[in-house]
Design a protein around this ligand. Structure first.
Ligand code: NAD
Length: 230
């Protein structure tokens, strides 16, 4: 069975109502990244950081998977599919995809500030100061902040290096080291990009662009991949 790796970013969840990152009107137009998504922000004002992620979590819980998330599930009948996502929402899971690696963490989970490997599912979507791990230390959102290492990166590179087909959906490829995943593919790997815009930072051979909305272009691409494989 051929192996397909789908590398997704905020753009795949945009039509589910989750704000993207850098697009006009995106999240960082409304918030100063340094105040809410860095270790320094946590040191300076943890309540503000928790509040920011509590808001993101509330919106993520209400959102529903869209046609792009759902159509990727159809690939699983024909291919060995792995999703590597930069998204912290759980829309790939709720759509029904089965092999998902979250590079930047998961908003519905928390981690211990001291023992980072202690990760817990949140029972209350509103986190607050005083929420403690089993070891008695403050919990923080289970997300990778700017300036932090990306623990899942090596595993993601390993998976991508085995891909026969690599599909990029809805990421500006501006966040590193995640964007380096592009270069972990084999030379022979067929690559596809689905995005509203042409990504000027990508210099690729074997590349086909599906320009447009993820909810329209991902189902088109999925159909083509299945037909080609038959
Ligand atoms: P980004 O905002 O930098 O880029 C979004 C990309 O999606 C752009 O290239 C844009 O043209 C494209 N896009 C926007 N709407 C689209 C649509 N409807 N159809 C197709 N393409 C569309 O996002 P990124 O590259 O994922 O940035 C990475 C960071 O954003 C990650 O760290 C991630 O954790 C964080 N983030 C996650 C979420 C989420 O979990 N849903 C939301 C916002 C930000």
């Amino acid at each position: 069975m051929k192996k397909i790796i789908v590398f997704s970013g905020a753009g795949i969840s945009a039509e589910s109502g989750l704000g993207t990152f850098r697009d006009k009107g995106g999240l960082w137009d409304q918030y100063d990244i340094n105040e809410v998504a860095t270790p320094e922000a946590w040191e300076k004002n943890p309540e503000l950081v928790l509040d920011f992620y509590n808001q993101r979590r509330e919106i993520a819980i209400k959102a529903e998977p869209n046609a792009a998330h759902k159509s990727l599930v159809d690939l699983e009948e024909h291919f060995d599919v792995h999703i590597v996502t930069q998204n912290i929402d759980d829309l790939h899971e709720r759509a029904g995809s089965t092999q998902i690696l979250h590079l930047h963490g998961e908003i519905l989970k928390a981690e211990c500030t001291v023992n980072k490997s202690e990760v817990v599912e949140l029972s209350d979507p509103k986190m607050k100061m005083g929420d403690l791990s089993t070891g008695g230390h403050q919990l923080r959102p289970h997300v990778v902040w700017f300036g932090e290492a990306v623990p899942m990166m090596l595993e993601a590179e390993r998976i991508v290096s085995e891909a026969d087909i690599f599909v990029v959906v809805g990421t500006s490829l501006n966040v590193y080291p995640a964007a380096n995943l592009l270069y972990a593919c084999k030379k022979t790997c067929q690559k596809y990009i689905v995005d509203l815009n042409e990504l000027s930072n990508v210099k690729y051979k074997n590349l086909k662009l599906y320009k447009g909305k993820a909810t329209e272009q991902v189902p088109n691409l999925v159909k083509e991949l299945i037909e080609k494989n038959e």
